[in-house]
Design a protein around this ligand. Sequence first.
Ligand code: ATP
Length: 373
Amino acid sequence: MNQIDNVNAIRNALKEPLSSQVLQRLGQIQDLELEQDLISAGMVRALALDGTCLQVGLVVPYPCQSQYRERVMSLTQALAELPGIDEVECELGLAVPEIRVGGIAPIANVRNVIAVGSGKGGVGKSTTAVNLALALAAEGARVGVLDADIYGPSVPIMLGCQDFRPVSRDGKTMEPAFAHGVSAMSMGFMVTEDNAAVWRGPMAAGALVQLVNETQWPELDYLVIDMPPGTGDIQLTLSQKVPVSGAVIVTTPQEIATADARKGITMFNKVNIPVLGIVENMSYHVCNQCGSKEHPFGHGGGLETAKRYNVPLLGELPLNVTVREGVDNGHPSVVAEPDGEIAQAYKAIARKTAAALIRQSEPQSLAIEITLE
Ligand SMILES: Nc1ncnc2c1ncn2[C@@H]1O[C@H](COP(=O)(O)OP(=O)(O)OP(=O)(O)O)[C@@H](O)[C@H]1O
């Protein structure tokens, strides 16, 4: 089957006026996150006409499995209205492209690296990184997490795999832990916090770069890195030595945190790593008694910062005791209550983050496979 230009392929595959009608319909349907129509986004990959049955194959370049049913239904409905079409068969699949940024050598088996950073400590960066990783996996991607928070590694506890000790089968690389469907590696598996605390910046950064490259990652669509808090040497070295495709900045709403978040954005800008967006954590609290929404840490700091730097606000998470309990007991919200409101919020953040990665990359060449039966 030849891969040819999208629009021409549709024109050649179907007779007029059907080809124009199909083209027009698909061109009217906007992808929810890419802010592009299905044709421009290069998502239509297979098209066939079998009698009066139109068969459409789509690939989505970012994980969104929880929306497949809805998406297939609305697409089927839109195409079934076309004259001469009695039936529509629609298949949806995921194909995450590799987004290259800068000239740093890729990590074996890893397509994209997403760094989760914060200017300030204690804003919920690790909680967000872990839930983001689990949400990307829940939406259909193959995901790994690297805990680069060397002075306070919390990913092992958050994923409930703190007793894991890495082994090396080949004497060169270490195998990561596997928990709740994601691979994980952490300095916390190897050194005690007391040991790590005395490491100087360059030593810690070097050890981290080694940890990234000497882990035997399985095939991953995304490696989520929980960065150390702040914007010092370790962060800078990591950004320059690890092929980070994009960064997510976590902040709480108050000025003292957003001021540090801005420093984080500036740091990533300096090393040419695109900032994919901002997550505002502990955004609001819903009172257990009366259900009213309160803003204990102020309101709107994340949105304001996002606007100022022209990056998306990826989502707002409530200050909620179940979020803390989840990461404290090794069952983060996304896996503890996969259909709950908080898990939905993290999944929305995951879709937006992955789509932002596509949006900031070079336009992909459009290709389509056409079968005429
Ligand atoms: N949305 C939330 N609701 C309630 N508690 C939260 C929320 N997000 C994070 N926490 C809690 O806040 C504390 C700090 O979170 P976390 O360790 O993720 O922050 P951090 O920014 O990574 O911190 P550090 O700078 O120490 O690495 C943890 O106890 C966590 O359980």
